[in-house]
Design a protein around this ligand. Structure first.
Ligand code: FES
Length: 105
């Protein structure tokens, strides 16, 4: 597991998302006072979840075919996507946001 510094809290306002140039590419969201990290690429096609529509119930809707994903679990909540998105633990310490990413096998 490696811990990366994603951003500072003031760089990601409530209701917005940030695309991180990590491997894999990760989308970081700030919703309802919480931060969530998921794979940026939709499990159904070539769409960036950081460009999706963020809802107050901690879901994001894919901008291409409108599957809604739970930001807490990564689960696809409706069709056409059926495969969940990987989620990553997020830690906020002294105004800095960190994400734990598994080491590659
Ligand atoms: S690419 Fe996301 S639902 Fe199709």
């Amino acid at each position: 597991m490696k811990r990366i510094h994603a951003c500072f809290t003031e760089e990601l306002p409530e209701g917005e998302a940030l695309r991180l140039d990590t491997t894999p590419v990760i989308a970081l969201f700030h919703v309802g006072g919480e931060y969530y990290a998921i794979n940026d690429q939709c499990s159904h096609g070539n769409a960036s979840m950081s460009e999706g529509y963020i809802e107050d119930d901690a879901t994001v809707e894919c901008p291409l075919h409108a599957t809604s994903f739970c930001l807490k679990t990564g689960k696809a909540l409706c069709l056409p996507a059926t495969i969940p998105l990987q989620t990553y633990p997020v830690t906020v310490t002294e105004g800095a946001v960190f994400i734990d990413i598994p080491e590659e096998a």
